[in-house]
Design a protein around this ligand. Sequence first.
Ligand SMILES: CC(C)(COP(=O)(O)OP(=O)(O)OC[C@H]1O[C@@H](n2cnc3c(N)ncnc32)[C@H](O)[C@@H]1OP(=O)(O)O)[C@@H](O)C(=O)NCCC(=O)NCCS
Length: 452
Amino acid sequence: MAFKNTITPEIEKLTELCSDNSQIDLSLYGKYDVKRGLRDINGNGVLAGLTDISEINSFKNVDGVKTPCEGKLYYRGIDVEDLTKGFLSEKRMGFEEITYLLLFGSLPTPAQLADFQELLRSQQSLPKNFVRDVVMKAPSSDMMNTLSRSVLTLYSYDPMADDISLPNVMRQCLNLIAVFPMLSVYGYQAYNHYIKGKSLYIHNPDKKLSTAENILRMLRPDKKYTQFEATILDLALVLHMEHGGGNNSTFTTHVVTSSGTDTYSTIAAALGSLKGPKHGGANIKVVNMFADMKKHVHDWEDEEEVTEYLKALLHKEAFDKRGLIYGMGHAVYSISDPRANIFKTFVEQLAKEKGREKDYKLYSLVEKLAPRVIAEERHIYKGVSANVDFYSGFVYSMLDLPTELFTPMFATARIVGWSAHRMEELINTDKIIRPAYMAVKEREEYISLNER
Ligand SMILES: CC(C)(COP(=O)(O)OP(=O)(O)OC[C@H]1O[C@@H](n2cnc3c(N)ncnc32)[C@H](O)[C@@H]1OP(=O)(O)O)[C@@H](O)C(=O)NCCC(=O)NCCS
Protein backbone atom coordinates (compact mmCIF):
# COMPACT_ATOMS: atom_id res chain seq x y z
CA MET A 1 0.00 0.00 0.00
CA ALA A 2 1.28 3.46 -0.88
CA PHE A 3 2.28 5.87 1.87
CA LYS A 4 -0.60 8.31 2.40
CA ASN A 5 1.06 11.65 1.92
CA THR A 6 -1.69 13.82 0.49
CA ILE A 7 -3.42 16.47 2.53
CA THR A 8 -7.02 15.87 1.59
CA PRO A 9 -9.77 18.53 1.92
CA GLU A 10 -11.01 16.52 4.91
CA ILE A 11 -7.67 16.84 6.67
CA GLU A 12 -7.58 20.56 5.84
CA LYS A 13 -11.03 21.03 7.35
CA LEU A 14 -10.11 19.09 10.49
CA THR A 15 -6.95 21.17 10.82
CA GLU A 16 -9.04 24.34 10.65
CA LEU A 17 -11.27 22.92 13.37
CA CYS A 18 -8.24 22.13 15.50
CA SER A 19 -6.81 25.60 14.93
CA ASP A 20 -10.12 27.38 15.65
CA ASN A 21 -10.55 25.43 18.88
CA SER A 22 -6.95 25.88 20.01
CA GLN A 23 -6.58 29.68 19.96
CA ILE A 24 -5.17 31.08 23.17
CA ASP A 25 -5.71 34.76 23.90
CA LEU A 26 -2.17 36.20 23.96
CA SER A 27 -3.11 38.74 26.63
CA LEU A 28 -3.52 35.83 29.08
CA TYR A 29 0.24 35.30 29.04
CA GLY A 30 0.67 38.75 30.56
CA LYS A 31 -2.28 38.34 32.91
CA TYR A 32 -0.97 35.12 34.43
CA ASP A 33 2.71 36.07 34.08
CA VAL A 34 3.43 33.08 31.86
CA LYS A 35 6.88 33.29 30.28
CA ARG A 36 6.36 32.63 26.56
CA GLY A 37 9.25 30.60 25.18
CA LEU A 38 10.36 30.33 28.82
CA ARG A 39 11.60 33.91 28.56
CA ASP A 40 10.46 37.08 30.32
CA ILE A 41 9.37 40.17 28.39
CA ASN A 42 12.99 41.34 28.28
CA GLY A 43 14.01 38.09 26.62
CA ASN A 44 15.81 36.68 29.68
CA GLY A 45 15.44 32.93 30.03
CA VAL A 46 13.61 31.51 33.02
CA LEU A 47 16.17 30.04 35.40
CA ALA A 48 15.70 26.29 35.00
CA GLY A 49 18.90 24.83 36.38
CA LEU A 50 22.54 25.19 37.34
CA THR A 51 25.50 24.12 35.27
CA ASP A 52 29.27 23.92 35.51
CA ILE A 53 29.78 23.17 31.85
CA SER A 54 29.63 26.51 30.10
CA GLU A 55 28.60 30.12 30.51
CA ILE A 56 27.32 32.72 28.08
CA ASN A 57 27.72 36.40 28.88
CA SER A 58 26.04 39.15 26.96
CA PHE A 59 25.37 41.82 29.57
CA LYS A 60 27.49 43.67 32.07
CA ASN A 61 26.63 45.76 35.07
CA VAL A 62 27.26 49.46 34.43
CA ASP A 63 26.48 51.57 37.54
CA GLY A 64 23.84 49.08 38.61
CA VAL A 65 22.26 48.99 35.15
CA LYS A 66 22.26 45.79 33.12
CA THR A 67 23.89 46.85 29.85
CA PRO A 68 24.42 44.78 26.66
CA CYS A 69 28.08 44.04 25.99
CA GLU A 70 30.26 42.04 23.57
CA GLY A 71 29.32 38.36 23.90
CA LYS A 72 31.58 35.97 25.80
CA LEU A 73 31.49 32.19 25.96
CA TYR A 74 33.30 30.11 28.57
CA TYR A 75 33.76 26.33 28.45
CA ARG A 76 34.27 25.03 32.00
CA GLY A 77 35.14 28.58 33.05
CA ILE A 78 37.75 29.18 30.32
CA ASP A 79 37.19 31.83 27.64
CA VAL A 80 36.60 30.09 24.30
CA GLU A 81 38.70 32.75 22.62
CA ASP A 82 41.69 31.67 24.76
CA LEU A 83 40.96 28.00 24.14
CA THR A 84 40.88 28.41 20.37
CA LYS A 85 43.96 30.67 20.38
CA GLY A 86 45.72 27.98 22.42
CA PHE A 87 45.36 25.06 20.04
CA LEU A 88 45.49 27.17 16.88
CA SER A 89 48.75 28.88 17.86
CA GLU A 90 50.28 25.50 18.75
CA LYS A 91 49.05 24.13 15.43
CA ARG A 92 47.04 21.19 16.71
CA MET A 93 43.44 20.16 16.26
CA GLY A 94 41.19 21.21 19.14
CA PHE A 95 38.08 19.04 18.98
CA GLU A 96 39.34 16.06 21.00
CA GLU A 97 41.08 18.25 23.59
CA ILE A 98 38.01 20.42 24.16
CA THR A 99 35.83 17.30 24.31
CA TYR A 100 38.00 16.18 27.23
CA LEU A 101 37.58 19.59 28.88
CA LEU A 102 33.80 19.66 28.48
CA LEU A 103 33.24 16.07 29.59
CA PHE A 104 35.68 15.85 32.47
CA GLY A 105 35.93 19.46 33.62
CA SER A 106 39.64 20.26 33.20
CA LEU A 107 42.11 20.61 30.36
CA PRO A 108 44.05 17.39 29.68
CA THR A 109 47.79 17.05 30.19
CA PRO A 110 49.64 15.84 27.08
CA ALA A 111 49.53 12.27 28.42
CA GLN A 112 45.83 12.46 29.28
CA LEU A 113 45.10 13.88 25.83
CA ALA A 114 47.03 11.09 24.10
CA ASP A 115 45.20 8.44 26.15
CA PHE A 116 41.86 10.09 25.45
CA GLN A 117 42.52 10.27 21.71
CA GLU A 118 43.34 6.57 21.84
CA LEU A 119 40.12 5.86 23.75
CA LEU A 120 38.05 7.79 21.18
CA ARG A 121 39.74 5.90 18.36
CA SER A 122 38.93 2.60 20.03
CA GLN A 123 35.26 3.68 20.15
CA GLN A 124 35.29 4.65 16.49
CA SER A 125 33.59 1.59 15.11
CA LEU A 126 30.05 0.64 14.25
CA PRO A 127 28.43 -2.75 14.89
CA LYS A 128 29.08 -5.38 12.23
CA ASN A 129 27.18 -4.65 8.99
CA PHE A 130 25.54 -1.57 10.53
CA VAL A 131 26.38 0.55 7.47
CA ARG A 132 24.92 -2.05 5.10
CA ASP A 133 21.89 -3.01 7.18
CA VAL A 134 20.91 0.35 8.64
CA VAL A 135 22.57 3.39 7.05
CA MET A 136 22.16 2.22 3.45
CA LYS A 137 18.54 1.17 3.87
CA ALA A 138 15.69 3.58 3.07
CA PRO A 139 17.93 6.66 2.81
CA SER A 140 16.18 9.93 3.55
CA SER A 141 16.79 13.33 2.04
CA ASP A 142 17.29 14.81 5.48
CA MET A 143 20.54 13.73 7.09
CA MET A 144 19.35 14.73 10.56
CA ASN A 145 16.55 12.19 10.33
CA THR A 146 18.99 9.62 8.99
CA LEU A 147 21.28 10.35 11.93
CA SER A 148 18.43 10.02 14.44
CA ARG A 149 17.39 6.72 12.94
CA SER A 150 20.95 5.40 13.19
CA VAL A 151 21.21 6.54 16.80
CA LEU A 152 17.89 4.92 17.73
CA THR A 153 18.88 1.70 15.95
CA LEU A 154 22.18 1.52 17.83
CA TYR A 155 19.98 0.84 20.87
CA SER A 156 19.18 -2.62 19.48
CA TYR A 157 22.87 -3.45 19.16
CA ASP A 158 23.77 -2.42 22.72
CA PRO A 159 23.27 -5.20 25.28
CA MET A 160 23.38 -2.58 28.06
CA ALA A 161 21.26 0.01 26.25
CA ASP A 162 18.96 0.77 29.19
CA ASP A 163 21.63 0.82 31.87
CA ILE A 164 21.84 4.45 33.03
CA SER A 165 24.64 3.93 35.54
CA LEU A 166 27.23 6.68 35.08
CA PRO A 167 30.08 4.57 33.59
CA ASN A 168 27.70 2.96 31.11
CA VAL A 169 26.24 6.32 30.02
CA MET A 170 29.78 7.68 29.68
CA ARG A 171 30.70 4.69 27.49
CA GLN A 172 27.64 5.24 25.31
CA CYS A 173 28.35 8.97 25.01
CA LEU A 174 31.99 8.41 24.04
CA ASN A 175 30.89 5.89 21.46
CA LEU A 176 28.33 8.27 19.98
CA ILE A 177 30.87 11.13 19.90
CA ALA A 178 33.29 8.83 18.05
CA VAL A 179 30.79 7.49 15.50
CA PHE A 180 28.75 10.62 14.70
CA PRO A 181 31.10 11.65 11.86
CA MET A 182 30.70 8.21 10.24
CA LEU A 183 26.94 8.12 10.71
CA SER A 184 26.60 11.62 9.23
CA VAL A 185 28.91 11.18 6.25
CA TYR A 186 27.78 7.63 5.39
CA GLY A 187 24.14 8.75 5.67
CA TYR A 188 24.94 11.44 3.13
CA GLN A 189 26.78 9.02 0.84
CA ALA A 190 23.76 6.69 0.87
CA TYR A 191 21.45 9.56 -0.03
CA ASN A 192 23.85 10.83 -2.70
CA HIS A 193 23.96 7.39 -4.27
CA TYR A 194 20.45 6.01 -3.91
CA ILE A 195 18.45 9.23 -4.21
CA LYS A 196 20.72 11.47 -6.31
CA GLY A 197 22.16 8.67 -8.42
CA LYS A 198 25.82 9.59 -7.77
CA SER A 199 28.71 7.20 -7.15
CA LEU A 200 28.91 5.62 -3.72
CA TYR A 201 31.98 6.16 -1.53
CA ILE A 202 32.41 4.55 1.87
CA HIS A 203 35.88 5.42 3.14
CA ASN A 204 36.90 4.10 6.53
CA PRO A 205 38.15 6.68 9.02
CA ASP A 206 41.90 6.69 9.46
CA LYS A 207 42.65 6.00 13.13
CA LYS A 208 45.65 8.34 13.04
CA LEU A 209 43.57 11.36 12.06
CA SER A 210 41.52 13.87 14.02
CA THR A 211 37.72 14.10 13.82
CA ALA A 212 37.81 17.05 11.37
CA GLU A 213 40.37 15.37 9.11
CA ASN A 214 38.38 12.16 9.06
CA ILE A 215 35.18 13.98 8.11
CA LEU A 216 36.90 15.47 5.05
CA ARG A 217 38.60 12.18 4.26
CA MET A 218 35.37 10.17 4.42
CA LEU A 219 33.43 12.73 2.45
CA ARG A 220 35.71 13.35 -0.49
CA PRO A 221 35.98 10.75 -3.24
CA ASP A 222 39.79 11.16 -3.38
CA LYS A 223 40.09 11.44 0.46
CA LYS A 224 42.25 14.56 0.00
CA TYR A 225 42.09 17.87 1.91
CA THR A 226 44.46 20.64 2.91
CA GLN A 227 45.62 21.25 6.45
CA PHE A 228 43.98 24.68 6.39
CA GLU A 229 40.62 23.13 5.45
CA ALA A 230 40.89 20.65 8.32
CA THR A 231 41.88 23.43 10.73
CA ILE A 232 38.83 25.50 9.79
CA LEU A 233 36.47 22.54 10.12
CA ASP A 234 38.03 21.65 13.48
CA LEU A 235 37.51 25.25 14.63
CA ALA A 236 33.89 25.15 13.46
CA LEU A 237 33.34 21.97 15.49
CA VAL A 238 34.88 23.51 18.62
CA LEU A 239 32.73 26.62 18.30
CA HIS A 240 29.56 24.53 18.00
CA MET A 241 30.28 22.04 20.81
CA GLU A 242 28.50 23.61 23.72
CA HIS A 243 26.27 26.51 24.55
CA GLY A 244 24.87 26.31 28.06
CA GLY A 245 21.93 24.33 29.38
CA GLY A 246 19.19 26.55 28.00
CA ASN A 247 19.62 26.15 24.25
CA ASN A 248 16.75 24.16 22.79
CA SER A 249 18.51 20.85 22.15
CA THR A 250 20.54 20.84 25.37
CA PHE A 251 17.47 21.68 27.41
CA THR A 252 15.76 18.82 25.57
CA THR A 253 18.66 16.62 26.70
CA HIS A 254 18.06 17.67 30.32
CA VAL A 255 14.29 17.17 30.07
CA VAL A 256 14.50 13.74 28.46
CA THR A 257 17.39 12.58 30.67
CA SER A 258 15.41 13.56 33.77
CA SER A 259 12.73 11.00 32.90
CA GLY A 260 15.31 8.23 33.38
CA THR A 261 15.29 7.08 29.77
CA ASP A 262 18.21 5.60 27.80
CA THR A 263 21.04 7.51 26.07
CA TYR A 264 19.90 6.70 22.51
CA SER A 265 16.37 8.03 23.09
CA THR A 266 17.80 11.14 24.71
CA ILE A 267 20.22 11.94 21.89
CA ALA A 268 17.56 11.24 19.23
CA ALA A 269 15.31 13.80 20.95
CA ALA A 270 18.15 16.35 21.02
CA LEU A 271 18.76 15.74 17.31
CA GLY A 272 15.10 16.41 16.56
CA SER A 273 15.38 19.73 18.33
CA LEU A 274 18.64 20.72 16.65
CA LYS A 275 17.18 20.12 13.21
CA GLY A 276 14.78 23.08 13.58
CA PRO A 277 15.54 26.16 11.44
CA LYS A 278 15.43 28.41 14.50
CA HIS A 279 18.18 26.29 16.05
CA GLY A 280 20.81 24.19 14.25
CA GLY A 281 18.94 24.16 10.95
CA ALA A 282 19.61 27.91 10.59
CA ASN A 283 22.94 27.31 8.82
CA ILE A 284 21.17 25.71 5.85
CA LYS A 285 18.65 28.54 5.80
CA VAL A 286 21.46 31.12 5.71
CA VAL A 287 23.06 29.61 2.62
CA ASN A 288 19.72 29.20 0.83
CA MET A 289 18.74 32.74 1.78
CA PHE A 290 21.98 34.07 0.27
CA ALA A 291 21.41 32.04 -2.90
CA ASP A 292 18.00 33.68 -3.20
CA MET A 293 19.48 37.10 -2.42
CA LYS A 294 22.08 36.68 -5.16
CA LYS A 295 19.32 35.93 -7.65
CA HIS A 296 17.27 38.99 -6.73
CA VAL A 297 19.91 41.61 -5.94
CA HIS A 298 21.71 42.76 -9.10
CA ASP A 299 24.50 44.81 -7.58
CA TRP A 300 25.85 42.97 -4.54
CA GLU A 301 27.73 46.05 -3.39
CA ASP A 302 24.79 48.41 -3.56
CA GLU A 303 23.77 49.07 0.05
CA GLU A 304 20.36 50.35 -0.94
CA GLU A 305 19.48 47.35 -3.06
CA VAL A 306 20.68 44.91 -0.39
CA THR A 307 18.72 46.83 2.26
CA GLU A 308 15.58 46.56 0.15
CA TYR A 309 16.01 42.80 -0.08
CA LEU A 310 16.53 42.56 3.70
CA LYS A 311 13.38 44.57 4.26
CA ALA A 312 11.51 42.26 1.90
CA LEU A 313 12.70 39.34 4.06
CA LEU A 314 11.30 40.98 7.18
CA HIS A 315 8.06 41.80 5.39
CA LYS A 316 7.65 38.11 4.48
CA GLU A 317 7.94 38.97 0.80
CA ALA A 318 11.23 37.23 0.02
CA PHE A 319 12.88 33.80 0.35
CA ASP A 320 10.84 31.52 2.66
CA LYS A 321 8.45 34.34 3.64
CA ARG A 322 8.91 33.65 7.36
CA GLY A 323 9.94 37.22 8.17
CA LEU A 324 13.42 36.24 9.35
CA ILE A 325 16.92 37.21 8.31
CA TYR A 326 18.67 33.94 9.02
CA GLY A 327 22.04 33.97 10.76
CA MET A 328 21.12 37.14 12.60
CA GLY A 329 20.07 37.47 16.20
CA HIS A 330 20.36 35.26 19.20
CA ALA A 331 18.22 34.54 22.22
CA VAL A 332 21.08 35.50 24.57
CA TYR A 333 23.79 37.42 22.68
CA SER A 334 23.23 41.04 21.82
CA ILE A 335 26.12 43.14 20.48
CA SER A 336 28.12 40.17 19.25
CA ASP A 337 28.30 36.39 19.23
CA PRO A 338 31.92 35.54 20.10
CA ARG A 339 31.76 32.37 18.01
CA ALA A 340 30.90 34.39 14.90
CA ASN A 341 33.75 36.80 15.66
CA ILE A 342 36.35 34.04 16.06
CA PHE A 343 35.11 32.35 12.92
CA LYS A 344 35.10 35.51 10.87
CA THR A 345 38.85 36.01 11.17
CA PHE A 346 39.34 32.81 9.16
CA VAL A 347 36.48 33.20 6.75
CA GLU A 348 38.13 35.99 4.77
CA GLN A 349 41.32 33.95 4.31
CA LEU A 350 39.36 30.89 3.23
CA ALA A 351 37.24 32.98 0.84
CA LYS A 352 40.43 34.28 -0.77
CA GLU A 353 41.84 30.77 -1.13
CA LYS A 354 38.62 29.53 -2.67
CA GLY A 355 38.06 32.54 -4.95
CA ARG A 356 34.85 33.49 -3.12
CA GLU A 357 35.78 37.10 -2.21
CA LYS A 358 32.67 38.49 -3.90
CA ASP A 359 30.47 36.27 -1.72
CA TYR A 360 32.48 37.26 1.34
CA LYS A 361 31.87 40.95 0.60
CA LEU A 362 28.14 40.32 0.33
CA TYR A 363 28.14 38.45 3.65
CA SER A 364 30.03 41.33 5.29
CA LEU A 365 27.59 43.86 3.87
CA VAL A 366 24.59 41.91 5.16
CA GLU A 367 26.29 41.56 8.54
CA LYS A 368 26.57 45.35 8.64
CA LEU A 369 23.10 46.22 7.32
CA ALA A 370 20.84 43.54 8.83
CA PRO A 371 21.03 44.68 12.49
CA ARG A 372 19.94 48.19 11.42
CA VAL A 373 17.09 46.88 9.29
CA ILE A 374 15.88 44.54 12.07
CA ALA A 375 16.13 47.35 14.65
CA GLU A 376 13.95 49.58 12.45
CA GLU A 377 11.26 46.95 12.09
CA ARG A 378 11.20 44.95 15.30
CA HIS A 379 11.12 45.57 19.01
CA ILE A 380 14.79 45.33 19.93
CA TYR A 381 15.83 45.73 23.55
CA LYS A 382 19.27 44.14 23.46
CA GLY A 383 20.67 44.43 19.93
CA VAL A 384 20.95 41.89 17.13
CA SER A 385 24.19 40.73 15.54
CA ALA A 386 25.49 37.92 13.33
CA ASN A 387 25.34 34.55 15.08
CA VAL A 388 27.62 31.54 14.60
CA ASP A 389 25.44 30.17 11.83
CA PHE A 390 25.79 33.29 9.74
CA TYR A 391 29.26 32.22 8.67
CA SER A 392 29.24 28.48 9.32
CA GLY A 393 27.12 27.62 6.27
CA PHE A 394 29.33 29.79 4.06
CA VAL A 395 32.45 28.12 5.46
CA TYR A 396 31.00 24.64 4.97
CA SER A 397 30.11 25.48 1.38
CA MET A 398 33.71 26.62 0.79
CA LEU A 399 34.88 23.31 2.24
CA ASP A 400 32.64 21.63 -0.36
CA LEU A 401 30.49 20.16 2.36
CA PRO A 402 27.06 19.48 0.88
CA THR A 403 24.22 21.53 2.36
CA GLU A 404 22.60 18.33 3.59
CA LEU A 405 25.51 17.87 6.02
CA PHE A 406 25.52 21.36 7.55
CA THR A 407 23.27 20.54 10.49
CA PRO A 408 24.79 17.07 11.05
CA MET A 409 28.15 18.85 11.39
CA PHE A 410 26.59 20.94 14.14
CA ALA A 411 25.29 17.72 15.72
CA THR A 412 28.72 16.06 15.45
CA ALA A 413 30.04 18.92 17.58
CA ARG A 414 27.08 19.43 19.93
CA ILE A 415 26.85 15.75 20.88
CA VAL A 416 29.76 16.58 23.19
CA GLY A 417 27.75 19.29 24.97
CA TRP A 418 24.69 17.04 25.14
CA SER A 419 26.82 14.26 26.64
CA ALA A 420 28.31 16.57 29.27
CA HIS A 421 24.84 17.83 30.19
CA ARG A 422 23.36 14.32 30.30
CA MET A 423 26.08 13.31 32.73
CA GLU A 424 25.57 16.49 34.77
CA GLU A 425 21.81 15.87 34.98
CA LEU A 426 22.33 12.23 36.06
CA ILE A 427 25.01 13.16 38.59
CA ASN A 428 23.15 16.03 40.22
CA THR A 429 19.43 16.03 39.74
CA ASP A 430 17.34 13.07 40.64
CA LYS A 431 14.12 14.89 39.81
CA ILE A 432 11.97 14.69 36.71
CA ILE A 433 11.60 18.06 34.92
CA ARG A 434 7.94 18.83 34.92
CA PRO A 435 6.88 22.48 34.59
CA ALA A 436 3.24 23.60 34.70
CA TYR A 437 0.73 24.70 32.06
CA MET A 438 -2.27 26.66 33.25
CA ALA A 439 -5.53 25.42 31.72
CA VAL A 440 -7.55 28.38 30.45
CA LYS A 441 -10.44 26.52 28.89
CA GLU A 442 -13.79 26.97 30.52
CA ARG A 443 -15.58 23.83 31.66
CA GLU A 444 -18.18 22.42 29.28
CA GLU A 445 -21.02 19.98 29.71
CA TYR A 446 -20.81 16.60 28.05
CA ILE A 447 -23.34 16.19 25.20
CA SER A 448 -24.24 12.69 24.17
CA LEU A 449 -23.42 11.66 20.59
CA ASN A 450 -26.94 11.80 19.13
CA GLU A 451 -27.61 15.25 20.63
CA ARG A 452 -24.54 17.00 19.07
C1 LIG B 1 17.61 33.18 17.23
C2 LIG B 1 16.27 33.88 17.36
C3 LIG B 1 15.15 32.82 17.35
C4 LIG B 1 16.25 34.64 18.69
O1 LIG B 1 15.04 35.32 18.75
P1 LIG B 1 14.65 36.17 20.04
O2 LIG B 1 15.08 35.44 21.23
O3 LIG B 1 13.22 36.54 19.90
O4 LIG B 1 15.63 37.42 19.87
P2 LIG B 1 15.40 38.91 20.36
O5 LIG B 1 14.65 38.91 21.63
O6 LIG B 1 16.70 39.61 20.30
O7 LIG B 1 14.49 39.50 19.21
C5 LIG B 1 13.96 40.78 19.30
C6 LIG B 1 13.06 40.99 18.12
O8 LIG B 1 13.82 40.94 16.91
C7 LIG B 1 13.32 39.95 16.06
N1 LIG B 1 14.44 39.27 15.43
C8 LIG B 1 15.54 38.78 16.04
N2 LIG B 1 16.33 38.23 15.13
C9 LIG B 1 15.70 38.35 13.93
C10 LIG B 1 16.02 37.93 12.65
N3 LIG B 1 17.13 37.28 12.40
N4 LIG B 1 15.17 38.23 11.65
C11 LIG B 1 14.03 38.89 11.90
N5 LIG B 1 13.66 39.30 13.12
C12 LIG B 1 14.50 39.02 14.14
C13 LIG B 1 12.57 38.99 16.97
O9 LIG B 1 11.57 38.28 16.25
C14 LIG B 1 11.96 39.96 17.96
O10 LIG B 1 10.89 40.61 17.35
P3 LIG B 1 9.47 40.81 18.09
O11 LIG B 1 9.77 41.51 19.37
O12 LIG B 1 8.69 41.61 17.10
O13 LIG B 1 8.96 39.41 18.30
C15 LIG B 1 16.06 34.91 16.23
O14 LIG B 1 17.08 35.87 16.29
C16 LIG B 1 16.00 34.25 14.88
O15 LIG B 1 14.99 33.65 14.51
N6 LIG B 1 17.10 34.35 14.09
C17 LIG B 1 17.13 33.77 12.78
C18 LIG B 1 17.39 32.28 12.86
C19 LIG B 1 18.81 31.99 13.29
O16 LIG B 1 19.75 32.51 12.72
N7 LIG B 1 18.95 31.09 14.27
C20 LIG B 1 20.25 30.64 14.73
C21 LIG B 1 20.50 31.03 16.14
S1 LIG B 1 22.15 30.57 16.63
